[in-house]
Write a protein that binds this ligand. Structure first.
Ligand code: NAD
Ligand code: IPM
Ligand code: MN
Length: 365
C-alpha cells in the first residue's frame, strides 16, 4: 500500500514493541506472527469531555505516554461544537500531539490500482499517484501565541492567531522530509506562502539551507495556492511534500480525493523518541454517524502504519495491507468508493471481509 517507504524511514522503537501493557484483547493480524496486542482504551475528545469535563484527561495522556503506540480514533461532533476553544474535542487531539511531541506527521496519498476509477478525477490523472505529505504537526498557527478574542479600538470583536515557526522547528521537520525523500523518488517540494508571509520566508530559507546537506535530493519550492492547484492538475508531478501545520492539513484532505475517498488516507505522527500516534486523516464524519456506512480502510491502514513504524512489526503491517487489497480485489467497496459492478458493503461488513481475508491467508500458508 505504501510501497516507497520502508521501516527505516521513521524512528521505530523496537525494544518496546513487544513489552507488556494492560491486557484488553488480541488482534487477528498479530496471531500469525505470534504477537499479542495488549490494548488500553482511554477517552479523548467528546467521550472524555462527557466523562471528565476535559478533552484530554491527564490519565489518558499518561496511558499514551506509557504505551508503545497510540492508535487514535477520530474526535469531534456537533454536540461539542459550541464549547470554548480550550474545552473542545479538537483541543484534546492537539494537546495529545503536543504532549507526545509528535512533530512529524506523514500522510501518504497512494492511489491503489483497484481504485483508479473511484476518484472524481480522470483515471489517467490519478493512476499511479504516490505522494507523501510531511506535515509539521506541533507548531505553526495551530499553537502560536498570542491567540484569542479581543476588542479592537473601534470596539469591534476580533479573533486572532499567530503563525510562527522557529528555525529549529523547521530544521527538524526538514530532516525528516529529506530523509524520507531519499527513500522515495528523491524529489522534495516545500510548500509555503513566502511571497506574503514572513513565517514562510524563514521556512523557505531554512529548508534551502538544510537541503545543502542532501545534495542527492531534488528540492523545489511552491506557494501553497499553486500547490493546491497542481495536486489536482498533475498529482504525479509530486513525490514528497514538506509543509507547515495548516497547509498540510488542507493539502492532505485535497490529496485524499485522488485516492477515491478521504476514507482511504492513513497517517503516522512521530517524534524522535516515545510513542507515535497513528490515526486516519479524516474526522468523525458526524454527517454519516450511526449508519454503519463509513469506510474503515483509513483506520485499518493507520493500524498498518502503526505496526510498521511504531512497533517494528512490518509483517503484521503487510497482513493488514494485504487484507485491504484482497478485499478491494474481491470487489468490496463502501459507499464512498462505490463504482458500478462492485459489491457495496457497510462499515462493519467491510470489517468482516477484512478479517475473512486474513483468516483465509492463514489457511493458505
Ligand atoms: P470529516 O473528515 O469528519 O468529514 C468530511 C466528509 O468526509 C464528511 O462528508 C464525511 O462523511 C466524509 N468522511 C470522512 N471520513 C469518512 C469515512 N471514513 N468514510 C466515508 N466518508 C467519510 O470532517 P468534518 O466533517 O469537517 O469534521 C467533523 C468532525 O471531525 C469535526 O468535529 C472535526 O473537528 C473532527 N475532525 C477530527 C479529526 C481527527 O480526529 N483526526 C480529523 C478531522 C476532523
Ligand atoms: C486533522 C484534523 C485536525 C487538524 C483537527 C481535528 C484538530 O483536521 O488531523 O487533519 O486540524 O490537525
Ligand atoms: Mn484535517
Amino acid at each position: 500500500i505504501i510501497p516507497s517507504v520502508t521501516a527505516a524511514d521513521l524512528s521505530p522503537i523496537p525494544d518496546r514493541a513487544l513489552s507488556a501493557g494492560l491486557l484488553v484483547g488480541k488482534w487477528p493480524a498479530g496471531e500469525r506472527e505470534g504477537v499479542t496486542f495488549e490494548f488500553t482504551e482511554a477517552p479523548i475528545g467528546g467521550a472524555a469531555i462527557d466523562a471528565t469535563g476535559s478533552p484530554l484527561p491527564e490519565e489518558t495522556l499518561q496511558i499514551c505516554r506509557d504505551s508503545d503506540a497510540v492508535l487514535l480514533a477520530a474526535i469531534g461532533g456537533y454536540k461539542w461544537d459550541q464549547l470554548p476553544p480550550e474545552q473542545r474535542p479538537e483541543r484534546g487531539l492537539l494537546n495529545l500531539r503536543a504532549g507526545l511531541g509528535t512533530f512529524a506527521n506523514l500522510r501518504p496519498a497512494v492511489v491503489l490500482p483497484h481504485l483508479a476509477d473511484a476518484s472524481t478525477l480522470k483515471r489517467e490523472v490519478v493512476e499511479g499517484v504516490d505522494i507523501m505529505i510531511v506535515r509539521e504537526l506541533v507548531g505553526g498557527i495551530y499553537f502560536g501565541q498570542p491567540r484569542g478574542f479581543t476588542t479592537n479600538q473601534e470596539g469591534e470583536r476580533v479573533g486572532f492567531n499567530t503563525m510562527i515557526y522557529s528555525e529549529p522547528e523547521v530544521e527538524r521537520i526538514a530532516h525528516v522530509a529529506f530523509q524520507l525523500a531519499q527513500k522515495r523518488k528523491g524529489r522534495l517540494c516545500s510548500v509555503e506562502k513566502s511571497n506574503v508571509l514572513e513565517v514562510s520566508m524563514l521556512w523557505k530559507e531554512v529548508i534551502t539551507r538544510v537541503g545543502e546537506q542532501y545534495p542527492d535530493i531534488e528540492l523545489s519550492h511552491m506557494y501553497v495556492d499553486n500547490a493546491a492547484m497542481q495536486i489536482i492538475r498533475n498529482p504525479k508531478s509530486f513525490d514528497t511534500i514538506v509543509t507547515g501545520n495548516i497547509f498540510g492539513d488542507i493539502l492532505s484532505d485535497a490529496a485524499s480525493m485522488l485516492t477515491g475517498s478521504l476514507g482511504m488516507l492513513p497517517s503516522a505522527s512521530t517524534s524522535n523518541d516515545g510513542p507515535g500516534i497513528f490515526e486516519p486523516v479524516h474526522g468523525s464524519a458526524p454527517d454519516i454517524a450511526g449508519q454503519d456506512i463509513a469506510n474503515p480502510l483509513a483506520m485499518v491502514l493507520s493500524a498498518a502504519m502503526m505496526c510498521r513504524y511504531g512497533l517494528s512489526l512490518p509483517k503484521v503491517a503487510e497482513q493488514l495491507e494485504r487484507a485491504v487489497t484482497a478485499a478491494l480485489d474481491a470487489g468490496y467497496r463502501t459507499g464512498d468508493l462505490h463504482t458500478p459492478g462492485m459489491q457495496k458493503v457497510g462499515c462493519s461488513e467491510m470489517g468482516d471481509v477484512l478479517v475473512d481475508c486474513m483468516t483465509r491467508e492463514f489457511a493458505s500458508v
